[in-house]
Design a protein around this ligand. Structure first.
Ligand code: 1PR
Length: 525
């Protein structure tokens, strides 16, 4: 089945292509106006900024062909910005006209909640549609956006979603459908919607169980620490307090692509790969890691994050690469987000001395790919003091006293996989990174990593209270109760674990069922 894809060149459309291909579609790219006019089915996955997308369409001479196609009665699927540009204009780009196919405007969220709205949320269908065939109504879909459409004609709304406000999360008008969420990143439910669009036949239905109000789910993330073993093969490994060797050999927990696929099938809401020796090697020479990402993104349809070695780099021949170039290679290989570790510490040290440079990896990558694509991975260690006056860093009074009975501690950042401690604390680091454009914090703990003792709740609470972007709690999960604790007692939006999943001590479905029973909103597959 032939699908024409409109890629205006701003972002990663690989996941949309992978999802369509996995459903048997043959994807052709729009190269000029005639490809739009001759398309049988057109898919428009918009990424980036409303103003840039409209400018790119104008410069490529695609505006009129697109309007003509939308009037032609042939199937159209818009995704995210591919929905928003159908309207007259957006608060994101005042004065820039949209396609104006439907009357109405695009508004920014003005809610007392973190913006962008990132994560898995539900749908409240407003009318029957072929797209809902095979759905129960309880599924959740992956959203990442700061703006939503307000159609002037209420009958356009296909679904509503709640996030501080009820907003239109999908529209349908004859053969034209457009979705605010990303079906290509929404697991089996998203693939079902894409399949229903591609089939384009059958009865319009309403799912049997429609929620009264939809809720954002807390996310469960599976993390794969990847490095070469002593034979040079890339393997998933797992450390204890960051030491990944056992009897002198790198612990081998399995193949990265196979494990990622297993976690996807078990219901992981995201998969994170950390190339843990990325600080030593140059990641663009690390073709196997790019290949792992490519192969994973062909079969795993939830968001993928990659970390390790995202920084400016000069290779042996003296050629320099920017962190943005490194990140772009990862996005092209199928990543949705990159995670920055050591470089974030150096950036914050520099910021505290001189203020923002405008050229750091955090600033450059978030300007091009958006805030939501930049995660900061922090590797802190507890540093105990007898009295808060001993340090200029923000201290907490801890319920877990230090080795000499110290009642206070601060959380010291490290670089190079925990090998080197720096004079920066995790709270300051998180705050500055948010200001520079980071979209999420992945908060590890060297003290808890691999111990199964539970998350460092004091650390997670301190950092998540200091920022308004989502915090992913990491390190130490040992049983279902630990996941509940972190959601009940801190403001973490997501919980990440590695060892217990690799060793099958606890599996993802069991974690989610436990959380659901305790009243925590989760996505069940
Ligand atoms: O500094 O930008 O090159 O990034 C390197 C990345 O690799 C950082 O994100 C850093 O956290 C990670 N990393 C470096 N060395 C190690 C190591 O283990 N020796 N792994 C490492 C960090 C921590 C988590 C782990 C959780 C959960 N691993 O990723 O998965 O602690 O584990 P658990 O559930 O088993 O307790 P750069």
């Amino acid at each position: 089945m032939r699908v024409t894809l409109l890629d205006y060149g701003a972002g990663n459309v690989r996941s949309v292509v992978n999802a369509l291909t996995s459903l048997g579609a043959k994807v052709h790219f729009v190269e000029g106006p005639e490809d739009i006019l001759s398309a049988e089915r057109l898919v428009f996955p918009g990424v980036g900024h409303f103003g840039s997308i409209m400018q790119a369409l104008r410069e490529k001479g695609l505006l009129e062909p697109l309007r003509e196609y939308l009037r032609s009665g042939r199937p159209f699927l818009g995704i995210c910005l591919g929905l928003q540009v159908l309207f007259e204009g957006s608060e994101e780009a005042p004065g820039v006209a949209g396609l104006g196919v439907f009357p109405g405007f695009v508004r920014r969220f003005r809610v007392n909640l973190p913006v962008p709205h990132i994560g898995w949320n539900g749908l409240r269908p407003q009318k029957p549609s072929r797209l809902f065939q095979g759905l129960s109504g309880e599924e959740k879909f992956y959203f990442v956006h700061s703006y939503y459409v307000e159609p002037a004609d209420p009958s356009l709304a296909l679904t509503f979603t709640d996030y501080g406000v009820s907003f239109v999360s999908a529209i349908e008008a004859g053969p034209v459908v457009a979705l605010q969420f990303h079906p290509e990143k929404s697991g089996p439910a998203g693939l079902k919607i894409l399949e229903n669009f591609l089939r384009g036949e059958g009865e319009a239905v309403k799912p049997p169980r429609v929620p009264q109000r939809t809720r954002l789910a807390k996310r469960i993330i599976a993390c794969l620490d990847v490095r070469s073993d002593d034979q040079g093969r890339l393997v998933v490994t797992k450390g204890l307090q960051y030491d990944v060797r056992e009897a002198g050999r790198v612990r081998d927990m399995g193949d990265p692509v196979e494990l990622a696929q297993r976690y996807y099938e078990e219901g992981a809401d995201e998969i994170t790969f950390l190339n843990i020796t990325g600080f030593r090697h140059f990641p663009l020479q690390d073709q196997p890691m790019l290949e792992v990402l490519r192969r994973t993104s062909e079969r795993v349809f939830v968001p993928l994050t990659i970390g390790g070695g995202i920084r400016d780099f000069t290779d042996r021949d003296g050629r320099s690469y920017t962190a943005l170039e490194v990140a772009s290679a990862y996005f092209r290989a199928g990543a949705d987000k990159v995670s920055i570790g050591s470089d974030a510490v150096y950036i914050v040290e520099d910021y505290l001395r001189r203020g923002p440079s405008g050229r750091s990896s955090i600033e450059t990558i978030s300007r091009v790919y958006g805030r939501q694509a930049v995660v900061i991975s922090i590797d802190p260690k507890r540093h105990y003091v007898k009295d808060p006056s001993e340090t200029p860093h923000p201290v907490i009074e801890t319920a877990l006293p230090g080795p000499n009975g110290e009642r206070y501690c601060w959380f010291q950042c490290t670089v190079k996989g925990g090998r080197e401690a720096r004079d920066v604390d995790a709270i300051t680091l998180a705050r500055v990174c948010e200001e520079l454009g980071a979209g999420e914090i992945l908060l590890n703990s060297i003290d808890r990593d691999g111990t199964n003792l539970g998350y460092d709740l004091e650390l997670i609470q301190a950092v998540s209270e200091a920022v308004s972007i989502p915090v992913i709690a990491s390190s130490g999960a040992g049983c279902e109760e630990h996941f509940y604790e972190v959601f009940a007692r801190t403001r973490a939006e997501a919980a990440l674990a590695a060892g217990i999943f690799h060793r099958r001590q606890v599996e993802i479905p069991a974690v989610k069922r436990y959380l659901r029973e305790k009243g925590i909103e989760v996505r069940l597959v």
